[in-house]
Write a protein that binds this ligand. Structure first.
Ligand code: IMP
Length: 222
């Protein structure tokens, strides 16, 4: 069972953003010019927050070897940084991957499917598992995924997400993460693994998409 009762504190990014970094200093492929609205979280801010998350995980899992379960593709860059920070803390772990799909463009479809999962019972049974996510928006994906994972008879299951969205209007997500890097405004964001129609995963920083980005024909790039 997940225990959100002891949810760790998150870093709140206000609606207007916080990054003091000049967007002009950021690196991104030239084909994205005009697609990036405002800079929400810089790579440096992500890096330092990842160290804090790793520290929290180490405090909670010291002496055990959690299974770090990465949700493909969006969580990959965050996962890689998190594992690196855990190594620096001498925290052992094993690695597993799953692929879930719930999103079409900028609107959630509400349908969650596990695609080509290679999860084996012997790798998960009686283990502490930390599911690593890119973003929790409505929480629908998580709420559908967690029961599927609990079938593997885990010792424990927690979620570590890079971002969680504030839904507004007193809406609460269908599921929450114990470890969350940043609480962000209810806007569609890109970069550091997060995509829009498979573009923008290759950005170092996290941005809010612009209207030109939404309108862009992703198939025009080869
Ligand atoms: P949820 O089921 O509404 O919580 O959505 C979770 C999934 O939707 C994430 O794993 C992402 O793939 C995707 N998603 C939600 N919000 C965003 C966003 O702002 N940018 C990119 N992908 C998003």
């Amino acid at each position: 069972m997940t225990s959100t009762a002891n949810k760790r504190e998150t870093t709140v990014i206000p609606d207007e953003g916080t990054s003091n970094v000049d967007p002009a200093t950021r690196l991104y492929p030239p084909e994205y010019e005009g697609h990036l609205g405002s800079l929400l979280i810089s790579h440096e801010e992500i890096d330092s927050r990842v160290q804090e998350l790793a520290q929290c995980i180490h405090e909670d899992y010291k002496g055990t070897r959690p299974v770090m379960l990465c949700t493909l593709k969006g969580a990959c860059p965050f996962y890689q940084h998190l594992l690196d920070a855990l190594q620096d803390l001498k925290q052992g772990y094993t690695m597993e991957f799953l692929r879930a799909s719930s999103y079409v463009g900028a609107a959630t479809s509400g349908n969650v499917t596990l695609l080509g999962s290679e999860l084996n019972k012997e790798d998960l049974e009686n283990r502490h598992v930390i599911l690593v996510e890119d973003i929790v928006d409505t929480g629908t994906t998580l709420a559908n995924l967690l029961p599927l994972l609990q079938k593997f008879e885990l010792k424990s299951l927690e979620v570590c997400t890079m971002l969680e969205k504030r839904l507004g209007d007193d809406k609460t997500p269908a599921a929450k993460a114990k470890y969350a890097g940043f609480s962000i405004p209810n806007k569609f964001v890109l970069g550091f693994g997060l995509d829009y129609n498979e573009l923008y995963r290759d950005l170092k920083d996290i941005w809010v998409i612009s209207q030109a980005g939404i309108d862009f024909d992703a198939k025009s790039l080869v």
